[in-house]
Design a binder for this molecule. Structure first.
Ligand SMILES: C[C@@H](N)C(=O)N[C@H](C)C(=O)O
Ligand SMILES: [Zn+2]
Length: 240
């Protein structure tokens, strides 16, 4: 049988172990969610993201290729066919947060009735890509700045266009994707009527499902409730 001194020593050892565990857990947590050099909190640990999803399934990033039947993907940043002329992503994937993916699914089914569909150029974008873009181009109109992050980093924004389901071809729009000129602005009017009609149709179907177009880029749509979602820097490889 252990005498009193031994019991006390064992008890204080257990308290020491428990408090060290609590301290190290708190330290890891603080490091995981600590603001970056711009004072932004960006979730970069897949375990933290998974914990958030377990607590609130609406936070889940959903794979659009499986979630939205018939959706076309042309993930430009996974190829050299983009404004940088080099691949930035290692996988050609498109993810959006659950309610945002659902809203886009509604857009796709509304379009289907008109013989049209969606083609995605980009959706959720890890924060590191936003920083990389800015370091390369230093533009503050057509690119999000690292000290704010992009709504793409929140899994709430999508870059896209319309396709004709019969031909599989893109509808004519004012400019190609990521054409960083005034012609890409949504109020630009020196265009053929058919092109304006296509641009307006895209804006209308997206707006009806809770998206707002970015004034300088006809292809870029933000989900209205983006503030509910953290900035993320989770690699595609770490998503299901
Ligand atoms: C880079 C371009 N496709 C884009 O998404 N621009 C906006 C402003 C962003 O970076 O969030
Ligand atoms: Zn965009």
């Amino acid at each position: 049988m252990m005498h009193r001194g031994g019991t006390l020593r064992l008890l204080s050892f257990c308290i020491y172990l428990f408090s060290s565990f609590l301290f190290s857990t708190a330290l890891v947590k603080a490091q995981e969610t600590a603001p970056n050099k711009y004072g932004l909190t960006v979730i970069s640990n897949p375990a933290v993201y998974k914990k958030q999803v377990a607590a609130d399934p609406s936070q889940a990033l959903v794979d659009l290729a499986t979630y939205i039947p018939g959706i076309q993907l042309d993930i430009r940043y996974a190829t050299a066919n983009n404004f940088l002329g080099e691949p930035v992503y290692t996988l050609a994937k498109a993810y959006l947060r659950q309610p945002v993916a659902q809203a886009l699914k509604n857009v796709q089914s509304a379009l289907h009735q008109q013989g049209l569909g969606l083609k995605i150029y980009d959706a959720y974008r890890p924060y590191r890509a936003t920083v990389y873009f800015f370091d390369k181009l230093r533009d503050t109109v057509y690119l999000a700045v690292p000290w704010q992050g992009s709504r793409h980093n929140r899994g709430c924004t999508v870059d896209l266009t319309l396709v004709d389901l019969k031909t599989g071809k893109e509808l004519r729009m004012p400019t190609p994707y990521d054409d960083f000129t005034k012609k890409a602005h949504v109020n630009y009017t020196d265009l053929p009527a058919a092109i304006i009609k296509n641009r307006e149709l895209l804006k209308e179907v997206m707006t009806r499902q809770g998206f707002q177009v970015y004034a300088e880029e006809w292809w870029h749509f933000d989900y209205y409730h983006f503030k509910k979602f953290d900035l993320l820097d989770i690699a595609f490889e770490d998503l299901p």
